[in-house]
Design a protein around this ligand. Structure first.
Ligand code: FAD
Ligand code: DHB
Length: 388
């Protein structure tokens, strides 16, 4: 097989890149390890920055998003005493869109099918060869047969556990990492959301987040020890814990019901630099991970793709300036989102074994947020997304 751009990974990064390239007349093939139903069943991010929405519009995949997505003009940050509203619209003139990653991914698959793009699912043994040569190729197993894909460039969009990053020789890359000593237990339930806007809660019982996917579909998270398993958490135990972390007026009136999904995600900050090795480029979770507290994971994947699709279109037309600048351009934005996600995580979680000073710092941060418009604007500016 032969194509212009071989894309490893059919998650949001790989699909969006392929869609934008195909619309510019650039040919792609996507190799995805999992089945399509597996990819579409993974419940993950829920908040889209406005820049992400605009990029999805430019990719021609925003009709359902604009019809069904929920525009949010603000969110709440709380502790057991204060409930501070961050008014994105008033502070920045911009808003965010609540629309699940599963839906973004489904819309992208529909659009790619309509384009007739080759997407191979359940491929294994993916291996990238000659990444630092003029003629890279990818080998893999599909339908029990060993296959080869020749290409001009390879886009590594295969997530944190993929092969692309590891293909870059260890001495050519530098990794930065912080692992947090807790995870998020998330559930989805067919209940009305606890509040019309998201609530990020720091309480003496730990962190909780009240989010949503629709008028009758709620998404909630609570902070749990890394040793916990979803099976340790009955629905009753989850609701009790969640209510103990949310402001009491919200907890008292909120609807509860059976969970329809329950999973635990560890929290990590990670960056691998640079994002390029010869003709191999990394984008999205293949290159970096943020803790979910700032809702930046999916949005960072989208901004990488914004830079990378432009660079690759120019490159296939003979201008390599964009691919030469890609890593530096993307990393400048990545590190700012890293800082924001780390700061939100530190501000809102209880760390096992922390000293009493840490709690005072969280309390003072929230008090300052409640009293300073400048502090609220700083949070809002980062939350709605820094410019591409
Ligand atoms: P992925 O979505 O990981 O997609 C990579 C794809 O590559 C996958 O489909 C995978 O199957 C495939 N792949 C992997 N290895 C190979 C291989 N060797 N060959 C071929 N294909 C391969 N972000 C938020 O903002 N908010 C959240 O609440 C949130 N929750 C999350 C919960 C979990 C459990 C995880 C893992 C992530 C979460 N994120 C969240 C982060 C967000 O979902 C990611 O940033 C986003 O999915 C990145 O998209 P991606 O396409 O780069 O990577
Ligand atoms: C959701 C997840 C997040 O990490 C976040 O910061 C906001 C919302 C969600 O799944 O809805």
């Amino acid at each position: 097989m032969k194509t212009q751009i071989a894309i490893i990974g059919g998650g949001p990064s790989g699909l969006l890149l392929s869609q934008l390239l195909n619309r510019a007349g650039v040919e792609t093939v996507i190799l995805e390890r999992a089945s399509r139903s597996h990819v579409l069943g993974r419940i993950r991010a829920g908040v889209l920055e406005w820049g992400t929405v605009e990029l999805l519009e430019a990719a021609g995949v925003a009709d359902r998003l604009n019809a069904e997505g929920m525009v949010h003009e603000g969110c709440f940050v709380t502790d057991d005493e204060l409930m501070v509203r961050i008014d994105f619209k008033a502070l920045t003139g911009k808003t965010v869109m609540v629309y699940g990653q599963t839906e973004v991914t489904a819309d992208l698959y529909d659009a790619q099918d309509a384009m007739g793009t080759t997407i191979l699912h359940e491929v294994s043994d993916v291996s990238i060869h000659g990444g630092d040569t003029e003629a890279p190729h990818v080998t893999f197993t599909h339908d029990g047969m060993q296959k080869r894909l020749d290409c001009a460039y390879v886009a590594g969009c295969d997530g944190f556990h993929g092969v692309s990053r590891k293909t870059i020789p260890a001495e050519k890359r530098q990794e930065f990492e912080r692992v947090y000593p807790f995870g998020w237990l998330g559930i989805l339930s067919r209940t009305a959301p606890a509040n019309h806007e998201l609530i990020y809660a720091n309480s003496p019982n730990g962190f909780a987040l009240a989010s949503m996917r629709g008028p009758q579909l709620s998404r909630y998270y609570v902070q749990v020890p890394l040793s916990d398993k979803p099976e340790d958490w009955s629905d009753a135990r989850f609701w009790e814990k969640l209510k103990s972390c949310l402001p009491s007026e919200v907890a008292q009136t909120m609807e509860t019901g059976p969970s329809i999904e329950k999973s635990i995600a560890p929290l990590r900050s990670f960056v691998s630099e640079p994002l390029r090795w010869g003709r191999l480029f990394l984008a999205g979770d293949a290159a970096h991970i943020v803790p979910p507290t700032g809702a930046k994971g999916l949005n960072l994947a989208a901004s990488d793709i914004f830079y990378l699709h432009q660079a690759l279109i120019e490159a296939v037309r003979g201008d390599t300036g964009g691919i030469d600048a890609y890593s530096e351009r993307a990393l400048a934005r990545i590190w700012k989102a890293m800082r924001f996600s780390w700061q939100m995580t530190t501000m809102l979680h209880r760390f096992e074994g922390e000293d009493s000073f840490a709690e005072q710092m969280r309390r003072a941060t929230l008090l300052h947020l409640s009293q300073s418009e400048t502090a609220r604007r700083e949070l809002a500016e980062n939350y709605i997304g820094l410019p591409f």
